[in-house]
Write a protein that binds this ligand. Structure first.
Ligand code: ADP
Ligand code: MG
Length: 570
């Protein structure tokens, strides 16, 4: 057998296979070039799954006349010059392979112009060789048209999927870059149809709206986490930003997870795991979240030169990055209220035929972090998975099923917890909601109660009681906290006035507990399925679902494992 050195053209085609696997790879490389060129607008037009043609137009810096042919040479790049540069790559490209590889497997037309000149260059390449090069007027920017991709590589063509599949890969690549660069206007046209168009407003949520739609965009939560990782005793600054979906928006597959490291689109099992761990207990099995995660860290902390298509990176300190991402996502999930969800469920409830116009439960108010109950700081949240209500037992307990077993929930204790956190939040934000009385109510108090009332008049006022003196130990009540419906406010007030207070008693907290207790649904009340479901939904959203404000448990949990043990299955 003869051993022969491959001709440069054949060698180039083989090497191209590494970078240009399918039409979407061409789109990715050309997009990265446009981004590296500082474009503000990028238009992508494809035909026939990208095999017929791919055209990308940008308004970036362009390529100078003297460099334009060189750009197609193998390892021709303007982005790095020395080996050391590989340790701190700030551009998306750096290997100088893409244009050469694409030109080896397609026909390429390029027109480009730079700011400093009104005359640009236009060239055509066939089989990697320049067959035409003329001067042509054009404003700064570059247009590259790639035609007949893989026509000269039948083996590669065989591996491609249907046009629809290739189109979806292309749309995905463009969507990812649009999410990574909200300040840039992207325009994607596939076979004459506009597939995606972003505004370049700089707001991630605007891009999410375009890609995932209004419904999802409404339920996205913003992450911002400056985290510090550690390596060899040195602090490593890692910033995690982006948005994640509230647990109520979830998908069957993992394809709605986007990771950008220093604004490079990457795939990463490590980061996927970090995000999924953050959602632990919040999503049902087999469901996956939507997340757009930007990680910024010093370029020296990440090696982007480990993968032929730069689709993966290696972190110097994986643990630090993992924890930073996991924590940033977890903390937003724990502190954010899925407001839309609450509104929706209330609407659903009022739509019921039970004759009530007011929802029985009003959800916890969490408008900003200041509204967080103070207990949140000390105690970790014990999350409750999504539960399915099975029924009510003894007019006292809600029986529900979760992914990890059966829950028996004390309706009064659980609702007390919900009301307690709602009141704390209300107090911290706009103040306790007040309900005026149609007619002032006069009531008498005992001397000790009288002392208490005088001592705590200010706090009572803060919590929504408007009380005026009306003669000897007689008072007029003009308004009460609106959580205490109808007759409940008087027993609540009496309890507040009767409670012994120690020196260290937190009066406010005591009052909130009394209000929570008296506004919560009583034990012994029959609940409809909707009422139970709504109560559970709200319990899923509180910070400490497992205990009532007095510290007693709200629920009993029997895991599948326990059940199996009890029944002698294991
Ligand atoms: P790399 O991006 O790794 O440098 P490429 O083969 O993709 O390698 O591109 C080679 C060079 O051509 C780039 O370094 C850049 O100088 C130039 N170039 C390619 N595309 C563009 C573009 N759209 N705008 C301006 N310059 C470009
Ligand atoms: Mg490139």
């Amino acid at each position: 057998m003869n051993i022969k050195v491959l001709s440069p053209q054949v060698a180039a085609k083989i090497a191209a296979g590494e970078v240009v696997e399918r039409p979407a790879s061409v789109v990715k490389e050309l997009l990265e070039n446009a981004l590296d060129a500082g474009a503000g607008q990028i238009a992508i037009e494809t035909k026939g799954g990208g095999l017929e043609s791919i055209r990308i137009t940008d308004d970036g810096c362009g390529i100078a006349a003297e460099d334009v042919e060189t750009a197609f040479g193998r390892y021709a790049t303007s982005k790095i010059t020395r080996v050391e540069d590989l340790d701190g790559i700030a551009t998306l490209g750096f290997r100088g392979e893409a244009l050469a590889s694409i030109a080896a497997v397609a026909q390429v037309d390029l027109t480009t112009g730079i700011k400093e000149s009104t005359v640009g260059d236009s060239l055509t390449l066939k089989d990697g060789l320049v067959v035409r090069h003329i001067q042509q007027a054009r404003p700064h920017g570059t247009t590259i048209t790639v035609r007949d991709l893989f026509r000269n590589v039948p083996a590669r063509l065989k591996f491609l999927k249907s046009t629809a599949t290739e189109n979806s890969h292309i749309a995905n690549v463009v969507s990812q870059y649009a999410l990574a660069y909200p300040e840039i206007r992207f325009f994607l046209n596939i076979d004459g149809r506009t597939a995606l168009q972003t505004t370049g407003s700089g707001k991630l949520i605007d891009v999410i709206l375009e890609i995932y739609g209004l419904e999802t965009a409404h339920r996205m939560l913003e992450i911002s986490g400056g985290e510090v990782g550690w390596q060899d005793g040195q602090a490593v600054p890692i910033t995690v930003t982006g948005m994640v979906g509230a647990p109520s928006v979830n998908k069957a597959g993992r394809d709605s997870l986007s990771f950008f490291v220093n604004r490079r689109v990457i795939g990463s099992r490590l980061l996927t795991r970090a995000v999924e761990e953050a959602y632990q207990g919040l999503l049902m099995q087999g469901r996956h979240p939507i997340a757009i995660i930007n990680i910024n860290l010093p370029p020296s902390e990440v090696d982007v030169n480990i993968h032929p298509t730069k689709a993966e990176v290696k972190f110097q300190n994986e643990r630090a990055v993992f924890t930073a991402v996991q924590r940033a996502v977890r903390s937003v999930l724990v502190t954010s209220a899925p407001v839309a969800k609450i509104e929706e469920s209330q609407k659903q409830y009022t739509g019921q035929s039970s004759g009530m116009t007011q929802p029985l439960w009003s959800g916890p108010v969490r408008e900003n972090s200041a509204a967080q109950p103070s207990t949140n700081a000390q105690s970790p949240r014990m999350t409750l998975p999504l539960l399915r209500v099975l029924g009510q037992a003894a007019a006292n307990y809600i029986v529900a099923e979760g992914p990890d077993g059966v829950y028996v929930i004390d309706q009064h204790a659980a609702h007390e917890r919900i009301m307690y956190e709602k009141l704390l939040a209300e107090k911290a934000t706009r103040g306790i909601q007040v309900q005026g009385m149609l007619e002032p109510y006069s009531f008498e108090v005992t001397p000790p109660q009288d002392e208490m009332l005088k001592a705590e008049a200010a706090q009572l006022q803060d919590f929504g009681f408007t009380i005026e003196a009306f003669g000897e130990r007689t008072y007029l009540v003009r308004a009460v906290p609106s959580v205490l419906k109808d007759g409940d406010w008087l027993p609540a007030l009496r309890e507040i006035l009767d409670s012994p207070r120690g020196k260290t008693t937190d009066v406010e907290d005591d009052i909130i507990k009394s209000l929570a207790c008296h506004s919560a649904v009583r034990a012994g009340k029959m609940l409809t399925d909707d009422e139970m479901r709504e109560l559970i939904r709200q319990l899923e959203q509180v910070n400490l679902p497992n205990t009532c404000p007095h510290g007693r448990p709200t629920m009993l949990h029997l895991s599948i494992g326990q059940l199996e043990k009890e029944f002698g299955r294991i």
